[in-house]
Each structure stands twice: as structure tokens, then as C-alpha cells.
Design a protein around this ligand. Structure first.
Ligand code: SAH
Ligand code: SF4
Ligand code: F3S
Length: 431
């Protein structure tokens, strides 16, 4: 008889992709997907460790799921992903009802572990080679297919746990990636987003990221190519020339994490660039692709960040004028270099800096969106808008949500419209 499995995914898009890989393996072997934990034979939580809060969420979710285990002792409860890798046996000791701990490089072994008679299993060996080539992820139908092109991170930013949970960088072959892209498009996806912890550190036998992007433009029927997240250190003119040469098939959007604006903090973070390098880079990007939408990640309250340091972050924001920013309060993580530094910016101060930063970002977002009024944009039509059933929504190549009256186009159409208004984070447009 078929067994039912249920997966819940936390954290970044890499985890979304990995859950699709896991689902792909299970669906090939007598398992069927369940959309709720009720009555499932296997429950998997694909977890994140990037901030303490992410782990706390999993602890409380596991507490909630325990009663399924009480009702059905045969149920297998698995924790996979970064927190599994981070906590290993500590998690089994504190949560004895958890059966399986599987790190991000061990997913090929899942069937063997689920079949085993052991009540508790740990498999968290990191691999130098695993890229899950040859496995086809089970994706939900839709517009965009995520494709992981490299795994791991060698950068060791001093605040970040990812190099410890994901291991070292390794890349898939161009041929394997192009094949997965073509198969996704043949299945009805029209957009692909390339994924990697440092997507542009891609290196397979000396073939680098710009060459991969260029190869993907030949995929038949593909309407849009995106990628995330690049590291500023590996963004160069070659990449921008490919962007400019294949616009808008290669979407004019780049997510370029800044993290901090002050040189002292950047150095302590081991980010490998200075403020002036970063600003030269964004100038170079806009020289090649003037309408590039630039978004970012920023951390406030890194150990030792003074108010003057924080002002430097605002300075970079005022200079680059990001379309949007993911903003975080620094959270100390085990194993990292910063773990040994005193977390000496108070919670109040972190909160105040975050509020100021978010306020400034909102202003820039609205300015940038308003600057598009009167401009023509290319929109990939997605689905009916949640707010208003009479409206459809789509995304511009520069990655902004746009709404327009329903019934004009169908999902997956690529259409040209002129922006007429901007409110909050939504654009309005006419044909
Ligand atoms: N590899 C990606 C980011 C991965 S983590 C990159 O380098 O761009 C996503 C974001 O979480 C990071 O960009 C950073 O802004 C934030 N982050 C990572 N570790 C953090 C920590 N210890 N505290 C707060 N934010 C953190
Ligand atoms: Fe973390 Fe830095 Fe690697 Fe990104 S580049 S995953 S922030 S260590
Ligand atoms: Fe979280 Fe792991 Fe992604 S720590 S952000 S799920 S790589």
C-alpha cells in the first residue's frame, strides 16, 4: 500500500528546492504526497538555522506535531535540512519522539532510513560532491521552476552558519542544468530561477556563471531567467555584458546583499569588499543595465556596530536606492567567528536601527516605483490577485508586482504595458 508523506519547508529557496528533490525521490517509490500532517505516515520538516528565531520556530512546531506521534506511534517524524545538520544528536536527545535527522547532503539515503527498523537515525555527513544531478524535483505546477546550480559556501562571513550547515561549494555541469531547464519548460514552466548559496560563484571545470547563463538562453520556449543570490565579490563586467546582451530574457534584477555599509563592520563580517568597492560595483551594473532593479539584504547590530557605522549603511542605501531590502537583526550563531564576539548592541538599539532602516527603504521603494510611471514594462502574467478577484497580477522583469484587470491576458503570457501608477509595492498599468 502507498504511504503518505507530508513536508513542511522553512528557510530559503534552496530548502524549497531540496524539498522538491525529496518529494521527487519519495514519489518514485510508493509514497504519495499528503497536503496535511493528519494521517501522514511520514512527516518531514525541512529546517533553517540562519537566525535563532528560525530554530525556535522549529522547536515549537515539533512540539505541536508530537501529538500525531502519540496518536500513531508508527508515524516517522523527520527533521531535515540546516537545523538537522546544525544540531545532530542534540535534537534527538531533546526531542526523543523525532525519528530521523537528515542533513542537506544525505537526501539520496532517505528511503533506506525510512525503511529501517531503527527508531532513531542520524545521517549528516557533508559531501564534497553531492549536487543531486540526475534527480528530477517534484515541482508544484506554476510559473517558476527553481533550479539549484551549486551548493555550499566557501565565504565564511563571520556571522553566518550556512558554511557549517551546507558544506563547501560545488557546482553542477552546464549540460545537467540546461537539461533540467529544458525539461521544466517542456512541463509548462516559463521562468527559471537559478539557485545557490553564492549562485555566481558557480564553477564547473572552469566554466563560470556568465557562460552558464548564456547557455540557458538557448532553452526552447523559456520566457525568463532569474538567479539568486549572487555575492558582490563574484559580480563582474562579463556577467553584466551577458545581462545587457540578453535583456529581458535574462531579467534585469539583481539581489546584491550589502549586509553593512561601514568598512569596519564589513571587515569584521569578512565580506571581502569595502563600501567604495560595493558602490563602484552598483555603478558598473547600472552602466551596463541602466534599469536594473537592485535589491539587498542588510543586518543591523553586528557586534561593535556603532551609530556612526550604522549611518554608513544608510549612506549606501541613499546612494544605491534599492527597490527593496530584506532586513535582519544580528543573531549570534554557534561555530561562527562572530559567536566569540560580544553581542554588544542592545536589543532596543537593534530595533531602533531596524525601524529607521525600514522607513528609509519604504521611501526608496516608493520613489523607484513612481519613477517607472510612464515607462513601458514587460510583464509575465501570473495569477488572479488575492486582494481582488477582478484583478490579475504579474511581475515585471525588474521583479515588481503589477496588477491589471482580469480577463485581458492568461497566466504565462508575456505582455508589454505602460506603468500608470505606483502604490506601496504595487504597480498599476495600461496596455
Ligand atoms: N548566501 C546568501 C545569504 C544566505 S542567508 C548571501 O550571501 O547572500 C540570507 C541572509 O540572512 C543573509 O544575506 C544575511 O543578511 C542574513 N543572515 C545570515 N546570518 C545572519 C545572522 N547570524 N544574523 C542575522 N542575519 C543573518
Ligand atoms: Fe553566509 Fe556569507 Fe556564505 Fe552568504 S556568502 S551563505 S552570508 S557565509
Ligand atoms: Fe536557512 Fe539553510 Fe537556507 S540556514 S537560509 S535554510 S541554507
Amino acid at each position: 500500500m502507498n504511504k503518505r508523506f507530508y513536508i513542511e519547508t522553512y528557510g530559503c529557496q534552496m530548502n524549497e528546492y531540496d524539498s522538491e528533490i525529496l518529494a521527487g525521490i519519495l514519489l518514485e517509490h510508493d509514497y504519495i504526497l499528503s497536503d496535511s500532517p493528519e494521517n501522514a505516515d511520514v512527516i518531514l520538516l525541512n529546517t533553517c538555522s540562519v537566525r535563532d528565531h528560525a530554530e525556535q520556530k522549529i522547536h515549537s512546531r515539533l512540539g505541536e506535531l508530537k501529538h500525531f506521534k502519540d496518536k500513531n506511534p508508527a508515524l516517522k517524524l523527520g527533521v531535515v535540512g540546516c537545523m538537522a545538520q546544525n544540531m545532530k544528536k542534540d535534537l534527538l536527545e531533546s526531542k526523543p519522539y523525532v525519528n530521523l535527522i537528515l542533513g542537506p547532503d544525505s537526501y539520496r539515503n532517505i528511503l533506506r532510513h525510512l525503511d529501517s527498523d531503527q527508531t532513531q537515525t542520524i545521517d549528516t555527513r557533508l559531501s564534497k560532491f553531492e549536487v543531486y544531478d540526475g534527480l528530477f524535483p517534484a515541482r508544484k505546477e506554476g510559473i517558476n521552476a527553481w533550479i539549484s546550480i551549486m551548493r555550499g559556501c566557501n565565504k565564511f562571513c563571520s556571522y553566518c552558519i550556512v558554511p557549517y550547515t551546507r558544506g563547501r561549494e560545488r557546482s553542477r555541469s552546464i549540460a545537467g542544468i540546461v537539461d533540467e531547464a529544458q525539461r521544466s519548460v517542456d512541463k509548462g514552466f516559463v521562468e527559471i530561477t537559478l539557485l545557490g548559496q553564492n549562485v555566481n560563484s558557480y564553477d564547473h571545470d572552469g566554466k563560470r556563471f556568465p557562460a552558464l547563463l548564456e547557455a540557458l538562453t538557448a532553452v526552447k520556449g523559456i520566457k525568463r531567467i532569474r538567479y539568486t543570490s549572487p555575492h558582490p565579490q563574484d559580480v563582474d563586467e562579463t556577467l553584466m555584458k551577458v545581462h545587457a546582451g540578453y535583456k529581458p530574457l535574462i531579467a534585469n534584477h539583481i539581489h546584491l546583499p550589502l549586509q553593512a555599509g561601514s568598512d569596519a563592520v564589513l571587515k569584521a563580517m569578512n565580506r571581502t569588499y569595502t563600501q567604495s568597492h560595493y558602490l563602484k560595483l552598483t555603478d558598473m551594473i547600472r552602466k551596463y543595465v541602466p534599469d536594473m532593479g537592485i535589491t539587498t539584504d542588510i543586518i543591523v547590530g553586528f557586534p561593535g556596530e556603532t551609530d556612526a557605522d550604522f549611518r554608513e549603511t544608510l549612506r549606501v542605501m541613499n546612494s544605491v536606492k534599492y527597490d527593496s531590502a530584506f532586513t535582519f537583526k544580528y543573531s549570534p550563531r554557534p561555530y561562527t567567528k562572530a559567536w566569540d564576539m560580544e553581542d554588544n548592541v542592545s536589543e532596543n538599539e537593534k530595533a531602533a536601527r531596524l525601524t529607521e532602516l525600514i522607513r528609509l527603504q519604504k521611501k526608496h521603494t516608493l520613489e523607484n516605483y513612481r519613477n517607472l510611471i510612464g515607462k513601458d514594462v514587460e510583464i509575465l502574467v501570473e495569477a488572479p490577485s488575492k486582494r481582488d478577484p477582478n484583478e490579475f497580477k504579474g511581475r515585471t522583469a525588474c521583479n515588481k508586482i503589477t496588477v491589471f484587470p482580469a480577463g485581458v491576458y492568461r497566466p504565462k503570457d508575456l505582455v508589454k504595458r505602460t506603468v500608470t501608477d505606483a502604490q506601496g509595492i504595487t504597480l498599476f498599468s495600461r496596455p
